[in-house]
Design a protein around this ligand. Structure first.
Ligand code: NCD
Length: 304
């Protein structure tokens, strides 16, 4: 990887991505070979927003590499409650750990925090900004199920506030992927992401209806409407419950369609899809382990 930190998927080259995915495949094939790889190292977990998968899979990944973790715990019981700034928190925790994972409600928080620390810092979600480690496990899942080149993917739901969407769309510009974005008008991709996609020459189309494109898709990536990011609850209610899929929706889909979701889901994917061959979201969540092990292995092995 060219950089010490992982802040945005837009900083990742195809080589960076393939290095992580290939290492993850090696780990999947022989996890025992990595069991003591980072014994004695410590990963600091700083989560200023709720998390299940990201926090637990980084924790598990570090331990499976022989390392340990220290966790800031809930914001309510940390010094953040006493008014400590993010810059001070990360400067202190960097002294306790060999790498940091940060999730924060403000867009740009990870970029700012990285300026204050020398250990590698992974952005585990900054508001409606980016979530690049999720993207790496998304790409790993796509590569295993559909392949990353000659790919037609639909990304549906909250494209405005969904940080997993922003990271995934930008990372996919490294591959021969045609990207279809499906959302209500009010939740289209933000202007800056659209600009970046166009600037990189990506093949991009936007739709309001899934039917327009469903039969062509190899992958359908469904996302949750990010209720916590809406400035106004009424605006959320206008779009809540739209863009749900169930087994009937899939009548028009290819038999090989891979359905993904970063999770947690609310009501976007009906449980009647869970037992079909399309459902790949639990496998996707489990891929967080080899992929985050690979990422930590690479970041912790770099000469600094
Ligand atoms: C996502 C997130 O936090 O952005 N969750 C995750 O890390 N898997 C998606 C979401 O919260 O909807």
């Amino acid at each position: 990887m060219r950089q010490d930190h992982l802040i945005s998927a837009s900083h990742l080259s195809r080589e960076d991505i393939e290095a992580v995915l290939d290492r993850a495949a090696d780990i999947d094939a022989d996890p025992a070979a990595f069991r003591q790889r980072h014994a004695g190292k410590v990963l600091g977990l700083c989560f200023f927003e709720p998390s299940t998968r990201t926090r637990m899979s980084f924790d598990s990944a570090m331990k499976r590499l022989g390392g340990q973790t220290v966790d800031m715990g809930p914001v309510e019981s940390s010094s953040v409650k006493k008014g400590e700034t993010l810059a001070d928190t990360v400067r202190v925790v960097e002294g306790y750990a060999d790498a940091l994972v940060l999730r924060h409600p403000s867009e740009g928080a990870a970029t700012m925090a990285a300026e204050f620390v020398d250990v590698p810092l992974v952005n585990a979600g900054d508001g409606a900004g980016q979530h690049p480690s999720q993207t790496l496990l998304d790409l790993y899942t796509i590569r295993e199920n559909a392949g990353l080149d000659d790919l037609t993917i639909g990304i549906m739901g909250d494209l405005k506030y969904g940080r997993t969407v922003h990271s995934l769309a930008e990372a996919l510009t490294n591959f021969d992927a045609s990207q279809h974005f499906i959302s209500p008008e009010s939740l289209r991709l933000p202007r800056n992401v659209r600009y970046d996609l166009h600037a990189s020459g990506a093949q991009v189309r936007e739709h309001t209806e899934l039917d327009e494109v469903l039969p062509e898709l190899d992958v359908l990536y469904v996302t949750r409407i990010q209720r916590e990011r809406f400035p106004d609850e009424n605006e959320y209610r206008k779009v809540a419950g739209q863009y749900q899929i169930d087994s009937e929706t899939l009548d028009a889909a290819s038999d090989d369609l891979t359905i993904m979701h970063p999770l947690p889901r609310v009501d976007e994917i009906s449980p009647d899809i869970d037992d079909t061959d399309h459902a790949t979201y639990f496998e996707q969540a489990h891929n967080g382990i080899p992929v985050r092990m690979a990422l930590l292995d690479i970041l912790l092995s770099q000469d600094r």
